[in-house]
Ligand binder design. Sequence first.
Ligand SMILES: [Zn+2]
Length: 343
Amino acid sequence: LRLPAPEVRVNALSGERVIVAPARSERPGSPGPPRERARPPEHDPACIFCPGNEEQTATELARLPDVAAGAWRVRVVANKYPALVEGVPQAAPVAPDELRPAESALGRHEVIVETPLHYRAFREMEDDELYLVLSAYRARFAAAAADERVRHVILFKNQGSLASATLEHPHSQLAALAFVPALVARRVERAREYRRRTGGSLLLDYVQRELADGVRFVARSGRFVALTPFAPSHAHEVWIVPARPLPRFDLAADGLLLELSRCLRLALTAVARALDDPDYNFILHTPPLAPEAESAWPFYGQIIPRRVRAAGFELGVGVQIVTTPPEESAAQLRRALEGCRAL
Ligand SMILES: [Zn+2]
């Protein structure tokens, strides 16, 4: 059997080039239910995120209470080992100069403990559980956005050790930065340039084009569509993108979060069934918090299954090689959802 020739593709949002180089060895078998891993217990007395150990975490920033049970459903705490700090340190650790610029890593670094249960996959959560996690995302985004030093916020989840999770208990993180990362700034510039030239929204136009095409479509719930990107950075990467304009993330209504949680659950279920429950990263992308950038693109999600590690080529030139074409991964993911439409 002859494989299609490798192809260079461009991610329209970021301008990044990727190489799609199909390889038969990457093709997984027919999708089935996720493998039965040894399930961790639902409560671990040694876990700092489990109920009963609340005093072992860093400062609690918020909680969504379970009033009837006198307990909590979602808790937000400061990261014990933060990459970003809220206050300016007493003494600057570095003496920056022109050739070695440096500044304090101002910002916020928070942990969202998604559930009191020690083991609970996102895709196994009920609608109202996942909705509560996303509403905690929304509340913490709003709190970070209200801090005028914050220029950019990212919400993300590392699931499993290949995705760099260090604690088993289900949790997400928020990082708020006092600067706009270069990759994000480039996306804003591309979106603004597209709007100047066409009057349209780069991401929304892209989604409409993909919906009309259909080959990379995975699932849909309300205003959100799950699809594999034309130029993925990782095999079986999935985007959860809106089909219509959205408000800023902190202004998203409850119904919108519910639609997002359903689409996310469909996509994660497809990934788990098609790829034997891989570790993954989930990222909620929002534009930078600057008036000229906020309309650059609506918030959207990205799921990156972690099965292949970066090699010298990727690390050396920043160009990813993907061995499963996104058309093929979308077909696998759609097949994996057959028979579980009841979600
Ligand atoms: Zn725990």
